[in-house]
Design a protein around this ligand. Structure first.
Ligand code: G6Q
Length: 540
């Protein structure tokens, strides 16, 4: 039995400290310290992190950093960057940092430097994306490509879809981008209806090339193309694959010269930096993609070298743990006040919950504390007219990250002032609340008083950046990836496996034959599932 971090002296000290701090309102913490903003904010890699609106003091931070020391975080950072098999249940390295290792220093997996392979695939991506963008790569009937459709799911969809959406301002003017992930034919059907087969390029993205949803969608897309163009030779001009599984790509009937490779040491939710980023590269060009990698690399260097009290992922990870384990916060929200980042919360849901939604240690011992909070969020301003009510007056402690761009991608008079003032007003109001006395004064009456009081004391981080460039986006994503790592190490869990996702894949494959079989009487599952199966079969 490994020793759980919850049994350490520093955990007990944090508990005691929580008892002292919990009754103190954030307002009081600000009133006590005129330097609070300077003390609890950090600038690095083009980001300003203001974490002063959190329920913490210098003592809290010292204890949390002590916890990170006890968890041997620094050693783990070294292991991660060195290419050790930190994903112990799958015996794999987790080397997304090698994919954006712009210094090009050698990084070894099983004694082999991975950088030559990484660079070779990046060069192939440059060559291919240039030829599509320049119009040199033509479809089967000789026309230039105008639509790029990525078919993939999970890590082979969410990351590239989010980045492609976020960097719309950098898209090639001739190209339109689409992402098909859902196995429901409505998804691919609606998109195919919009497309011209002569000018469409499909990218089939699957690490394993065995994923049911992706293969079904890929088959349907291929059939559609052949039906429309009348020749299966057209496939070679309209389909490329991204995968680690060369044999499976060939088995599927695709030319391996149209395949972009990556490796088993790239986790699905960390794969957007690899060839899985091909739909991004085709849309924004390789030079911008390299700026994106540069941004992530800068953050990697910061994570590797900055002291814990100035280290953005370490601070954000520890503050998140403080709320999860000592304030009982079950959720963590993220609100981008930057419309380009509208898919960012969805990407973070996968990145964080798939990584940290675990209940046993790396050695398989049951934990006695909670791990990953439920991640949710939506672009700022919209949320204010909907669920922010719960943040202002509900019963939950909801730590939230506000992501704020000083400049938008479009310069329209008045808009950005409205965005910025709303972002700042919300974090201010969430922190301050409004006391009964202030409410009375504001209303000049006691009417509905309890309903119009705001408790405040809701913790927020504010992350400010100049403008969402490819570089800043790379930095932001890497920041959250490393925040996940910090929490995984402190909680003693493996953030790089995903056995729950694997279970979903297996269960679906057992139910499919039951659904397709003619035998209505077979009872193979639980009574509810069997009842539902029979009902659906009877009504098809
Ligand atoms: C990511 C997960 C999962 C995976 C998808 C798609 O970390 O493992 O979301 O990305 O299940 O898998 P394939 O890329 O193998 O199709």
């Amino acid at each position: 039995m490994s020793t759980l971090i919850s049994h350490s002296a520093v955990w007990a000290a944090l508990k005691t400290h929580h008892t002292y701090l919990a009754p103190i309102h954030l307002r009081e913490l600000f009133a006590l310290d005129s330097q609070r903003f300077e003390r609890f904010s950090v600038k690095a890699c083009g980001l300003l992190l203001d974490y002063s609106k959190n329920r913490l003091t210098a003592d809290t931070l010292a204890l949390l950093q002590q916890l990170a020391v006890e968890a041997r975080l620094q050693d783990w950072i070294v292991r991660l960057f060195r290419g050790d098999k930190v994903n112990n249940t799958e015996q794999r390295a987790a080397l997304h940092v090698a994919l954006r290792n712009r210094s090009n220093r050698p990084i070894f997996v099983d004694g082999k430097d991975v950088m030559p392979d990484v660079n070779a695939v990046l060069a192939k991506m440059r060559q291919f994306s240039n030829s599509v963008r320049d119009g040199e790569w033509r479809g089967y009937t000789g026309k230039k490509i105008e639509s790029v459709v990525n078919i993939g799911i999970g890590g082979s969809d969410l990351g590239p879809a989010m980045v492609t959406r976020a960097l719309k301002a950098y898209h090639h003017p001739r190209l339109r981008s689409y992402f098909v992930s859902n196995v429901d034919s409505t998804h691919i059907g609606e998109i195919l209806d919009e497309l011209d087969p002569e000018t469409t390029l499909f990218i089939i993205a699957s690490k394993t090339f065995t994923t049911q949803e992706t293969l079904l969608n890929a088959r349907s897309a291929r059939q559609w193309l052949i039906d429309k163009l009348g020749d299966d030779k057209a496939v070679a001009k309209h389909f490329v694959a991204v995968s680690t599984a060369r044999e499976k790509v060939i088995e599927f009937g695709m030319d391996p010269t149209n395949m972009f490779e990556f490796w088993d040491w790239v986790g699905g939710r960390y794969s957007l930096w690899s060839a899985i980023g091909l739909p991004i590269v085709v849309m924004i060009g390789m030079d911008h993609f390299e700026e994106f990698l540069d941004g992530a690399h800068q953050l990697d260097q910061h994570f590797e070298t900055a002291p814990f009290d100035k280290n953005l992922p370490v601070l954000m990870g520890l503050i998140g743990l403080w709320y999860s384990n000592f304030f009982g916060a079950n959720t963590q929200a993220v609100f981008p006040y930057d419309y380009s980042l509208s898919l960012f919360p969805a990407h973070l849901q996968q990145l964080i919950m798939e990584s940290l939604g675990k209940r046993v240690t790396r050695d398989g011992d049951r934990l006695d504390y909670s791990t990953c909070p439920i991640i949710w969020g939506a672009p700022g301003n919209n949320g204010q007219h909907a669920f922010y009510q719960l943040l202002h007056q509900g019963t939950h402690c909801v730590p939230a990250d506000f992501l704020v761009a000083i400049e938008s991608q479009y310069q329209l008079a008045g808009h950005q002032d409205a965005v910025l003032s709303n972002a700042l007003a919300q974090t201010h109001a969430l922190m301050m609340g409004r006391t009964p006395e202030e409410t009375k004064q504001a209303l000049a009456s006691n009417e509905s008083l309890p309903h119009r009081v705001f408790p405040g004391n809701q913790p927020t981080n504010t992350l400010v950046y100049q403008k969402l460039t490819p570089q800043i986006l790379g930095t932001l994503i890497a920041l959250y990836e490393h925040k996940v790592f910090v929490q995984g190490i402190c909680w003693g869990i493996n953030p790089f496996d995903q056995w729950g996702v694997e279970l979903g894949k297996q269960v679906a494959s057992t139910l499919l034959p039951a659904l397709q079989s003619k035998d209505a009487e077979t009872v193979e599952h639980d009574l509810s599932t069997d009842g539902l199966l029979k009902y659906i079969k009877a009504h098809r």
